[in-house]
Design a protein around this ligand. Sequence first.
Ligand code: ATP
Length: 449
Amino acid sequence: MVKRAPGKVDMEKLVSLCKRRGFVFPSSEIYGGLASCWDYGPLGVEMKNNVKRAWWRKVVQERDDMVGLDAAILMHPQTWVASGHVESFADPLSDCKSCRQRWRTDDIKDGRCPACGGELTEPRMFNLMFKTFMGPVEDEASVVYLRPETAQGIFVNFQNVLNASRRKLPFGIAQIGKAFRNEITPGNFIFRTREFEQMEIEYFVKPGAEEEWFQHWLKERFQWYLDLGIQPENLRLRQHGPDELAHYARDCYDVEYLFPMGWMELEGIANRGDYDLRQHSSPPEADSRASGGSGKDLTVYDEESGQHILPYVIEPSAGVDRGLLAFLLDAYHEEEDKDEIRVVLRLHPALAPIKVAVLPLSRNEKLVPLAREIYAQLRRHWMVQYDDAQSIGRRYRRQDEIGTPYCVTIDFQSLEDKAVTIRDRDTMAQVRVPVAELVEELRGRIEGD
Ligand code: ATP
């Protein structure tokens, strides 16, 4: 048995909460759903944006050696030849001769079908890239791919970014965007899907400086999850063994989270050497579909040595959806409170979809104007919900369950003393605060480090 932190949730409970409260829905559900595709609901889209914002803030906004990029999903097909994806981005696939189920051969330990024990076919390689056609003619010449990673959009723009932003080594380019992989065995909710979002960094350094920067990024990226509230006992770094390393990687670590299915990858951090820029600058070959790059010079002029050098690359590559799943699982707690079970998402305020709930004690018309005024004022700063339905206790519970860090309650006393109550999600402690100081008080709690 894998040890779980106290209050850990099983996946079904989380899937159910996500659907009920509007975090994540099965895709096209009215048509019976589409395997392994999920849609983010009103709260899910807020939280997902918060995860991306927290990442962007940390790796772009707060650093002076990083810039951003947003490349197209469709790229010149030769990109995927040069990167090695056409040739080798494939998993071995076997079919069961009895029940016809399809399996990723890597996942099968004893050579027989996990569903019925039947005999399996010899593995054949299956390329994970989604293909489509560009333009009206569906032939080989019009094939394009949906990108299986965002990274290549960064490499092909390396010279553009370098020239436009007048950077010197070391510097990095960050990108967030959708990626697509025709996974053989998707599953575990949003952990492995065929359409997902990545947050990737390519950090370019002088050859010789790669180990120092590799260590830097390992530390930075591990700490990011802890700073956003992941419990340290549920997070670890694991180095890839020599048999696991991708052909381009010199070294690689995974940041792993203790999911209900066990320790699994959240983010990979790889030392890619100069593999990518070398591939993309290699000369186009006569039969360009076989191999070959752009033939463009992707070196950087180094003033110190007076030489043109091909940078080395450190790549921290994270999944938005996997990160969001880990943040939700880690935040989920069930607690006993007055003979009831209180479900509470202890999300970091930066990630919580709703930062504040405004709750008039009742629908009494005397309370409404002040409550509405406070609601309007707070919405200028954060995502805020107004809730006046049912008892105040029920309303606190509803906010706890979606991770809202603070509730502001307006009562009859508020009309006299122009003060309201702030209730803390985690401690359930309540303090009285003058309305005039409410925004600053909440700002300190929500945005303070
Ligand atoms: P895995 O071994 O789980 O298939 P990977 O090593 O192929 O992942 P990378 O190519 O390193 O993954 O991609 C970087 C990150 O993108 C992963 O750490 C993960 O967070 C995310 N990711 C990759 N594939 C998927 C997927 N099918 N669904 C959701 N997220 C994914």
